[in-house]
Design a protein around this ligand. Sequence first.
Ligand SMILES: [Zn+2]
Length: 270
Amino acid sequence: MDRELLDNKRISERDDKFKPQDDQALCKESKEDKEKEKNLVAVLSTTIGHYFPEFNKWLKEISDPREQEAIDFTRETQIWTGIILFLTKRGARKKISDEMRTKEFCENLKTLSAQANLERVAHGDAVNYAYMRFKEEEFELLLVKMMRRLLRVRALEKYRLLGKYYTIAIDATGVYSFNYKHCEQCLMREDKKGNKKWYHLKLQASLVTWDGLCLPMASEWIENEAKFSKQDCEIKAFYRLIEKLRRLYRQLPMCILLDGLYAGEPNLKR
Ligand SMILES: [Zn+2]
């Protein structure tokens, strides 16, 4: 086992010890909560520093159409705020205003984002404003950079099937659903009672491991065409996704895991 792998093992043991709990209260004033908060930031900062030492540099490369002279929060800070919202399962941006705008949280955010002049945490609406303007495809490329790095430093070696293939699961996942026709690309489903729902699905390819990791590699929207069935749309998205995986991860030995929908000869040939 080489040094890189030993280090990775140590990091994951430490992660287990300090695993953040669901809805961990990051900013309440109790001593126990403060300790947990310190642990979460320490784990995040150590893990990111170890696996992705250039993470903040990558964030800086994401285009930010906001007026740069007028902003108080860098894109790194706003992205980190969003990441913590997600990790601590604070779904609503109101939560930022209620729970996250404390001095302690601000110090932690400063450590993670490296914004030296950070004095307060943004209002939830400002975080939302920034995210609405970032480009989805650039965030997908950020994930690709992260995956490429993990592959390059051989952090995922032990998960290779037969010592060679990375196991990549591909399946559709629901992203939005509406009670009305939201756009021309919406897929529509009608139940037996005639109730209609319009929705958007994404086909997601993720590297999955025997101990439960699921690491996103690439995705494709499943889009409506003039005449369609869910199955046709998903299969077409699958062809696009396979091409994308080949383009983004050249020469990567992959074993693709699929459900019964794909068990037709044309798909197997691809
Ligand atoms: Zn739509």
